[in-house]
Design a binder for this molecule. Structure first.
Ligand code: ADE
Length: 263
């Protein structure tokens, strides 16, 4: 199938396990190495795409997002990965699609308010509404129709995956793996409405804001950001989050590639 010309979709994940399957699914895949990262170009379900692993943290993510835009010419960007829960009602196995993102460890006070990115006047960076809505719809489609067969029953039991929910709202990013009940409570208090914590999304948000590129972030909740956060982390990413990302991105691409019905 020919790629749809409207989109050149950049897809970033921090870890290899979070993007498993996507590169193998690419048609006409070609890999280009820049700045110690592999950028794989090709077609995903009718959409021209570029997949790349950022590695972990805000600088890594910012560099990767910038290259995706400036060197690989992506028109839209999606980040897919895992996160710790940031609020009550957000459970392991749920998915958060970001509406807003904040760098929780940015603090140039007293020169600027805490968490404000200096000289932008901004604390909260908005994700692109249209792309985020399409992504959330793709995730909801996966949860309703594909999750039951895509994840092994043993893994569902192990991680307590039932009544999986898709949330939309605030995601906080910082160069810290949060693994303390006290710390996550402090972040939730500082950022009312917080749903999830991770280590890259808000950096991508700042880059996309500055380069004027629409972006969306989806995060599967892997842990509760408390003292048990690192237990089973990689197992969860491989067995659960990789499937969530694969099927959600597949559905997103299929929907983006579908001809628009103007009736
Ligand atoms: N990604 C997944 N879990 C996380 C956590 N607890 N803190 C930061 N990033 C994460």
């Amino acid at each position: 199938m020919a790629a749809s010309s409207m989109y050149r979709l950049g897809i970033i994940s921090a870890l290899q396990e979070e993007q498993q399957g996507l590169v193998e699914a690419m048609q006409g895949a070609a890999t280009h190495i820049h700045g110690r990262r592999d950028y794989t170009t090709g077609t995903l379900w009718g959409i021209d795409a570029v997949c790349v692993l950022s590695r972990i943290g805000k600088v890594a993510a910012a560099m990767t997002a910038t290259l995706l835009v400036e060197k690989f010419g992506v028109s839209h960007l999606v980040f897919t990965g895992v996160a710790g829960s940031g609020g009550p009602g957000v459970r392991v196995g749920d998915i958060v699609v970001a509406d807003y993102l904040v760098q929780h460890d940015m603090d140039a006070s007293p020169l600027f308010p805490p968490c404000e990115v200096p000289l932008t006047g901004m604390v909260y960076f908005a994700a692109d509404t249209d792309l985020s809505t399409r992504l959330a719809q793709a995730v909801a489609y996966f949860v309703a129709l594909q999750l039951p067969s895509a994840i092994d029953d043993g893994e569902k039991k192990l991680f307590g995956l039932h009544d999986v929910k898709v949330h939309r709202g605030l995601v906080a990013s910082g160069d810290q793996f949060i693994h303390s009940a006290e710390r996550i409570a402090g972040l939730a208090h500082a950022h009312p409405g917080l749903l999830a914590v991770e280590m890259e999304g808000a950096a991508v948000a700042q880059v996309c804001f500055e380069l004027n590129v629409p972006f969306a972030v989806m995060r599967t909740i892997s842990d509760n950001a408390n003292e048990k956060a690192a237990t089973d982390f990689l197992h969860f990413v491989q067995a659960v989050a990789a499937q969530y990302a694969f099927y959600s991105i597949k559905r997103l691409c299929e929907q983006l590639a579908a001809p628009v019905n103007d009736d």
